[in-house]
Ligand binder design. Structure first.
Ligand SMILES: NC(=O)c1ccc[n+]([C@@H]2O[C@H](COP(=O)([O-])OP(=O)(O)OC[C@H]3O[C@@H](n4cnc5c(N)ncnc54)[C@H](OP(=O)(O)O)[C@@H]3O)[C@@H](O)[C@H]2O)c1
Length: 292
């Protein structure tokens, strides 16, 4: 059976490097992004490596839950799916709502991959042994751990809200791994560490993204960001590629792969069942699998 992979936000940055790695491993890769020209360039780049199967681009704005539903329908129509890499992620300097009227950081980093995964579970079950790889971030460490509502109490600070949405998604990842245990669908998280990409070269240069306390130390904080995100995206993609393809992970689930492309201990707050439960409630309410 042909092995297939979908990489969201796969037309640039860490996602494109991940797609290249999966194509090299013999999977038929679909990359998802908004911009069709970028998508065509990504497909050209992947196909230039003479993969076993040609790559394909599907357009979708993953900030829109309707677009996620349409995308899932198109992918599911192809039949069994072997690998889903939920690589999409975004950080915003200013608070903004998604097209669905949901705070955009939470929508893009958690709700969108949450919904895409839920909708693709039948295809992933049909493709078992299959893997879901959710891309996480070290920013989970600076997150507020309050998931009673989409937005945490207090002011908007893009980096911290990004970390909180990534924490929600990591808690969901570990909970889903438990839920799917024994189905042949493994659920893993991959932390790329850092890389110089659109995201790190853009929003992460704006002092507004950190809390006022850290803003006072901005030159130091900025230097730390620069140091940790100066590497190439090809290196940062190794954790996702390992999670998606490495034979040593066969039959394993609920594993977090760290920046050195090796299993690491999950960030403790993400293993708290109360966090997972609060995130589940919020997700089912905001992004129902079967819309009313
Ligand atoms: N870079 C880092 O240092 C770092 C560190 C830790 C974790 N991460 C995580 O790693 C993942 C990849 O990060 P990255 O730095 O490579 O990001 P990036 O450079 O911002 O990614 C660019 C890709 O994202 C796509 N994209 C952005 N918004 C989209 C949307 N709404 N819908 C569909 N596609 C969208 C772009 O496609 P279009 O151009 O078509 O929109 C492009 O393919 C993210 O989950 C990020 O949170 C990154």
């Amino acid at each position: 059976m042909k092995q297939t992979a979908v990489v969201t936000a796969g037309t640039a940055g860490i996602g494109l490097e991940t797609a290249l790695g999966l194509a090299e491993a013999g999977l038929a890769v679909t990359v998802v992004g908004r911009n069709a020209e970028r998508g065509a360039r990504a497909v050209e780049r992947i196909n230039a490596t003479a993969p076993a199967h040609s790559a394909r681009f599907l357009a979708a704005d993953l900030a829109s839950l309707d677009a996620v539903r349409v995308l899932a329908g198109r992918i599911a129509a192809d039949g069994p799916l072997t690998v889903l890499v939920n690589n999409v992620g975004a950080m915003f300097a200013d608070r903004q709502d998604s097209i669905d009227g949901i705070e955009a950081t939470f929508a893009v980093n958690h709700l969108s991959p949450y919904l895409l995964t839920e909708l693709l579970l039948p295809a992933l079950r049909a493709g078992a042994p299959s893997r879901i790889v959710n891309v996480t971030s070290g920013a989970v460490a600076v997150a507020k751990r309050d998931f009673d509502a989409v937005e945490p109490p207090g002011g908007y600070y893009g980096f911290h809200w990004y970390g909180r949405a990534k924490l929600a998604h990591l808690a969901h990842t570990l909970e889903l791994a438990g839920r799917l245990d024994g189905t042949g669908v493994s659920v893993l998280a991959a932390d790329p560490g850092g890389a110089a990409t659109d995201m790190t070269n853009g929003t992460m240069t704006d002092p507004k993204i950190v809390s006022p306390g850290l803003r006072l130390l901005w030159p130091l904080v900025r230097r730390k960001f620069e140091r940790s995100t100066s590497g190439p995206a090809s290196l940062a993609a190794k954790s996702s590629i390992f999670a998606a393809t490495d034979g040593s992970l066969a039959g394993r689930t609920g594993v977090v792969i760290g920046p050195r492309a090796q299993p690491v201990v999950p960030f403790r707050a993400a293993t708290d069942p109360r966090t997972a439960e609060a995130v589940r409630r919020l997700s089912e309410h905001l992004a129902p699998v079967a819309p009313a």
